[in-house]
Write a protein that binds this ligand. Structure first.
Ligand SMILES: Cc1cc2nc3c(=O)[nH]c(=O)nc-3n(C[C@H](O)[C@H](O)[C@H](O)COP(=O)(O)OP(=O)(O)OC[C@H]3O[C@@H](n4cnc5c(N)ncnc54)[C@H](O)[C@@H]3O)c2cc1C
Length: 265
């Protein structure tokens, strides 16, 4: 079985998020980068699928050269192949252009049965790349997947559990399919020292627009059909107030304040 997993490099938002307000983008300057946390679950699901169904995995990322770190981590966890889609023409791509490039890479990888993605990224946060990938490739799309029950590459069938409001939905779909996974579907493993050492010596192929047969008029800022026209950060919260006194006294003060604010009558 051929498995692809899409891994995005994102800024480590555990640290303070900085915005480039005029450009309408996240400012990545001086920020540490990590694998999109949702994609760690996608990667673990790809590894489990490989182990359970005897497959091979290609991990794909689109981004600048630095995104190789994400792929190197995947190599340390024993993915078989990697590809970084990297070209100046891709800079400024919107979600559809990103999906178009990733779909071209998946086609180039050849005969992929299942593509694992995260539910969303923690920076762009649109949660649409998986669906766009499925649409471009003509694959089945399974979103919000909390468990993969079975995959039958011979019968070209996959059965998953989708997390829905108040329960689960069991869905059977035709392969090939794009599966977008949610947090908690599994417990992502960590690479060991030997894996890290081995991965550090492996060359990561870089695929340009030309290598992928991508129409450069459809990617980058010029090819983007969406544009961030404004970005704003919420104003900082004012200092709170600590009410002092006996319990009943404080309760009355709170009640008066809520009445003043018209929260209660
Ligand atoms: C007009 C415009 C200009 C932009 N310019 C830039 C820019 O210059 N530089 C920039 O970094 N971003 C830019 N972005 C953001 C960029 O388009 C998105 O980050 C990207 O398209 C993915 O969208 P998302 O992060 O919301 O992914 P989501 O849909 O939230 O991600 C879902 C899943 O798709 C997969 N995925 C998503 N993106 C990638 C990727 N790059 N590689 C591998 N897998 C992926 C992952 O598995 C992820 O979990 C721009 C966006 C717009 C609208």
């Amino acid at each position: 079985m051929k498995i692809a997993v899409c891994l995005k490099q994102v800024p480590d938002t555990e640290a303070e998020v900085k915005w480039d307000i005029p450009k309408g983008t996240l400012s990545r300057d001086g920020m540490d980068s990590i694998t999109n946390p949702f994609d760690e679950f996608a990667l673990e699901e790809a590894l489990l699928t490989k182990e359970n169904y005897d497959g091979e995995i290609i991990a794909i990322s689109m981004g600048p050269e630095g995104a190789k770190d994400v792929l190197r981590n995947a190599l340390a966890l024993t993915v078989d192949e990697t590809a970084l889609c990297c070209d100046d023409a891709f800079a400024g791509s919107d979600t559809y252009a990103t999906a178009y490039v990733l779909a071209s890479a998946i086609k180039k990888a050849g005969d992929v049965d299942v593509v694992f993605c995260g539910k969303q990224s923690t920076d762009g946060n649109t949660g649409v790349v998986g669906a766009e990938l499925a649409a471009i490739l003509g694959f089945s799309q399974l979103t919000q997947v909390g468990k993969v029950r079975s995959i039958d590459a011979g019968a070209k069938k996959i059965v998953v559990e989708r997390a829905v409001e108040g329960g689960i939905e069991v869905v059977e779909a035709k392969l090939p399919a794009v599966v977008s996974v949610i947090k908690g579907i599994n417990e992502p493993r960590l690479p060991n020292l030997m894996g890290i050492r081995k991965a550090s010596k492996i060359d990561i192929p870089q695929w340009s627009a030309g290598d992928l047969g991508v129409d450069t008029g459809k990617v980058g800022a010029a090819g983007a059909s969406t544009k961030v026209v404004e970005i704003a950060v919420p104003p900082p919260r004012g200092a709170g107030e600590i009410l002092k006194g006996e319990l009943e006294e404080v309760a009355n003060m709170i009640t008066d304040k809520l009445i003043d604010l018209k929260v209660i009558k």
